[in-house]
Design a protein around this ligand. Sequence first.
Ligand code: NPW
Ligand code: ADP
Ligand code: K
Length: 499
Amino acid sequence: MRLLTVAAMRRVDAAAIDGGVPGLRLMEAAGAAVAARARARLPAGGKTVVLCGPGNNGGDGFVAARLLAEAGYGVDLVLLGERAALKGDAALAAEAWTGPVRQVDGSPLPSCDLVIDALFGAGLSRDLDGAARALVEAVNAAGVPVLAVDVPTGIDGNTGAVRGVAIRAVETVTFVAFKPGHLLQPGRSLCGQLSLADIGTGPEALAVGLAVGPPLHRNGPDLWAGAFPRLSGLSHKYTRGHALVLSGPATKTGAARLAARGALRVGAGLVTVASPPAALAENAAHLTAIMLRPCESADDLDDLLTDERLNVVLAGPGLGTGEPTRERVAVAAAAGRGLVLDADALTSFAGQARLLAAHLADGDARAVLTPHAGEFARLFDGTAAAGAADKVARTRAAAELTGAVVVLKGADTVVAAPDGRAAINDHGSPYLGTAGSGDVLGGLIAGLMAQGMDPFEAAATGVWLHGDAGLRHGPGLIAEDIPELMPAVLRDLVESALR
Ligand SMILES: NC(=O)C1=CN([C@@H]2O[C@H](COP(=O)(O)OP(=O)(O)OC[C@H]3O[C@@H](n4cnc5c(N)ncnc54)[C@H](OP(=O)(O)O)[C@@H]3O)[C@@H](O)[C@H]2O)[C@@H](O)CC1
Ligand SMILES: Nc1ncnc2c1ncn2[C@@H]1O[C@H](COP(=O)(O)OP(=O)(O)O)[C@@H](O)[C@H]1O
Ligand SMILES: [K+]
């Protein structure tokens, strides 16, 4: 699903209005969508408090208030600002509201079953302070469920950041498309359930918004199902690719095996662990379907890679930091295979992102980098990527700098390609925050690349499958569970989105 930035959304609204759809009609549709969601949450004859701000977000609130009152619900309307100061469509929507308007005066919030937050939406332009801040704090303290209009007040629609203080909603109704701030943390957590409403802007106006900037997606099967590897009667293990995972030294081998298991379970035809000789026995004791080869040095890796069937290399988990790891990365990159770099392979290039980029360019490697926030900060220290304004911008800048697909992990993992395509993932679970979980993710991505997926699509798919496993398992998840959940995850995917 494509996302729209706040600016792109304004272009959609403007194009629709230019195309002959009155702005008030859009506002009526927005307010009606809010009222419909409120009705789904209110008990019969229940009571709502609608908080309206001074702009068009407040206008949506006036419409919703009118429709709910007409439907027989109790409605208290509280306005932040002067009624006489309302302008344009918001002033027209306010005129159509015939009930009382309470001014924000510091008195306690009236008791109710649901608060509708129509204070600020796309027009939030600075941190909340004064009466607005106090009102938001009072709403959060009241413990009443909140339905947010467009975006919870205080959340930046582009970045998901809290501007001073923000409403915690149980549901957010937005219009036409989700915005990045609905999916980026902490915005994602404060939005609650996400609902999307068509407000009649139409396909031509939408196209105007989608043409703004490089594509940004909500990660999901619609983004990559077409590229997902499919088997035929002619498939055999070598058509499904062969991934090579570099193991760390003795006592540091588990991470590589987790990754290798992920690669195998997601469908790579063969997976080999390349192990230092001193760790062969340790690895052999835990591997069965996964093969094992000795590999002591960068030269040994070079020799292994003379086998052209090894089409993807994964390096980093448990590998150790420093020159030997940098040398292995250089060799793997020069071999021009698919390459997934995680953990120590990234930290070994701390402050040397340009050197890493040069290695990747050397072999024309199809590379994916999978840093968590700490690894990202170390690797891109001193570059524009570290200083960019939000997580999408940081990930895009890192991808552009390195020429690799970058997966910036976390509760709101962002995947970006060097050409600017990006996806935000909100299909996951906090239970994924467990030792070794990221190692398995690297393996899933490597396994998908081994089967021929492009780095961007493989990365987005791997992140989604990993998130799906986390959602399915929930409490008690450990990293070993993630590969073992792949059969169920993949079966459901094949039976739904891949049909
Ligand atoms: N045709 C359309 O476009 C449609 C738009 N729709 C709806 O419109 C919403 C966008 O409306 P909007 O642009 O009027 O902005 P909105 O969020 O109401 O806020 C602007 C006001 O807030 C003020 N303000 C800002 N920050 C502040 C702060 N920290 N503290 C205090 N004040 C602050 C700001 O003041 P100023 O910065 O000008 O001083 C201005 O007065 C959008 O979210 C959607 O719900 C739908 O109806 C569908 C059709
Ligand atoms: N709250 C969360 N919601 C969703 N995914 C999460 C959350 N916390 C962590 N994850 C995911 O778990 C994985 C952790 O990876 P990483 O930090 O590299 O751990 P490790 O190094 O132990 O393998 C990442 O894919 C990350 O996106
Ligand atoms: K709002």
